[in-house]
Design a protein around this ligand. Structure first.
Ligand SMILES: Cc1cc2nc3c(=O)[nH]c(=O)nc-3n(C[C@H](O)[C@H](O)[C@H](O)COP(=O)(O)OP(=O)(O)OC[C@H]3O[C@@H](n4cnc5c(N)ncnc54)[C@H](O)[C@@H]3O)c2cc1C
Length: 400
């Protein structure tokens, strides 16, 4: 039985504890260790399953449109991602993308856009995707060059997006593109482009170490009606960042789920593997490793749920979310690696849980802001705050 004692922490309300207990029982029953070999098929099935279970409702804002609450409940989203990642990486991916792919609509959609797209996403009947990155614009979002040229009641999109999760199976894409001649983060707008729109083509499917649907998209004179624009013209960068702000903390939660599973697998193996006349867990070197893993799991959990709780209090969490993502993903990588080491040769054998965790965790240190980007965000916020609060003479640095 998974230890959920952390649910007693003060970050949570009774509804979160109930959600976590219910989801745990559901996941044990519905998420099998072995998936069908066709990842697209597996992902579609998981989205439907998560929808039928009522979980994807948490990924969407607004009860009028199928969402669980008016504002997306960050703690609920984090608890869900943590539990799904613990049981099955692809289920976490399927849930997360429903949120990331529709987040801009929850935040900035018109009532008509919300009515058309959010309900089916919340019910797991429609698959969403978020198309920001380009071959020459990953960390440097302001370098994106997909163009949206206004023409009468339409925009004409030309360009390329890459690393697009759910690319190839999504029913719609939230696409970020810039006005001709605009530069940097200015002049970018967001559009909902439905799969099958003439001029939108899945140019290439990308295979990654932990199989997920992923693709490069090409826009070739793709005509998108003006009413498919989200928010105001030129607000696209802000919309993208606000969407990422909700879900960045949840990437930390997914990493935490992988790390908790790795720690449990490590404890199991250490206490059952006999060698040199005792068990692996009887060696102090093993105990030191296990202690280090447990500290990292708790540190990641505290930072993750602090950021989620603060956001649910209506606070800006740029720094806290960056701290959570940086710590949880970097630590999870180390915890998973520790578990693989304890499993020995079996740890690198295809089909073992720790082997799949080793592949699952890697991309989380890169996407939705690489670790270095999170460090820069934390330092920027820290310096800004210091400069704002240390203006009075007689403070720090004046000597004794
Ligand atoms: C599995 C997966 C799924 C993804 N899904 C999506 C999606 O659904 N939608 C979407 O739009 N994008 C998606 N992405 C793209 C992802 O957001 C980018 O890969 C990420 O932003 C990094 O961009 P890049 O790959 O171009 O690397 P680059 O921007 O070239 O960065 C390479 C490396 O440089 C380092 N670095 C970056 N900035 C700095 C800096 N300022 N100082 C020092 N070092 C730095 C980091 O270590 C980084 O990993 C996905 C990526 C992956 C791997």
């Amino acid at each position: 039985m998974r230890d959920q004692a952390y649910l007693d922490w003060p970050f949570f309300e009774p509804r979160h504890r109930k959600l976590a207990h219910d989801l745990e029982a559901w996941a044990r029953h519905h998420l099998t260790a072995h998936l069908e070999p066709d990842t697209d098929q597996a992902c579609r099935r998981l989205v439907r399953l998560l929808g039928a279970g009522g979980w994807t409702r948490y990924a969407v804002g607004g009860p009028a449109y199928g969402g669980m609450r008016e504002q997306i409940d960050t703690r609920a989203v984090c608890l869900i991602r943590e539990a799904l990642a613990y049981h099955q990486g692809l289920a976490d991916f399927a849930f997360a993308m429903q949120g990331l792919g529709s987040g801009a609509i929850s935040l900035h959609g018109s009532p008509e856009q919300k009515a058309r797209y959010l309900g089916p996403v919340a019910r797991g009947e429609s698959i969403a995707a978020f198309a920001l990155s380009e071959p020459e614009a990953g960390s440097d979002v302001g370098a994106l060059c997909t163009e949206a040229r206004a023409e009468g009641q339409n925009y004409i999109l030309n360009g390329q997006k890459t690393w697009i999760s759910n690319g190839g199976i999504a029913d719609f894409y939230v696409v970020f593109a810039r006005a001709p001649g605009s530069q940097g983060t200015k002049g970018i707008s967001a559009f909902v482009v439905e799969a099958g729109t003439p001029g939108l083509e899945v140019a290439e499917r990308i295979e990654v170490i932990a199989p997920h649907p992923l693709a490069t998209l090409r826009f070739n004179h793709c005509r998108v009606p003006a009413h498919q624009r989200l928010g105001e013209e030129g607000q696209g960068f802000k919309i993208a960042m606000q969407t990422l702000d909700i879900f960045r903390t949840s990437v930390a939660a997914a990493a935490l789920g992988f790390a908790r599973r790795a720690l449990d697998e490590a404890l199991y193996r250490a206490t059952t593997r006999a060698l040199f006349g005792q068990t692996l867990a009887d060696f102090q070197l093993t105990q030191a490793r296990l202690a280090d893993m447990a500290v990292k799991v708790d540190a990641a959990a505290l930072l993750t749920y602090r950021a989620a709780w603060l956001r649910d209090q209506g606070q800006r969490v740029t720094q806290e979310a960056a701290m959570a993502k940086l710590t949880a993903t970097e630590y999870a990588q180390q915890v998973v690696d520790g578990a693989v080491q304890l499993w020995g040769g079996l740890g690198v054998t295809r089909g073992q849980v720790v082997e799949s965790l080793y592949r699952e965790i890697r991309a989380l240190r890169i996407y939705e802001g690489a670790s270095e980007v999170q460090q820069l965000i934390i330092a920027r916020e820290l310096l800004k705050h210091f400069k704002e609060t240390q203006t009075v003479k007689g403070g720090i640095g004046d000597g004794v």
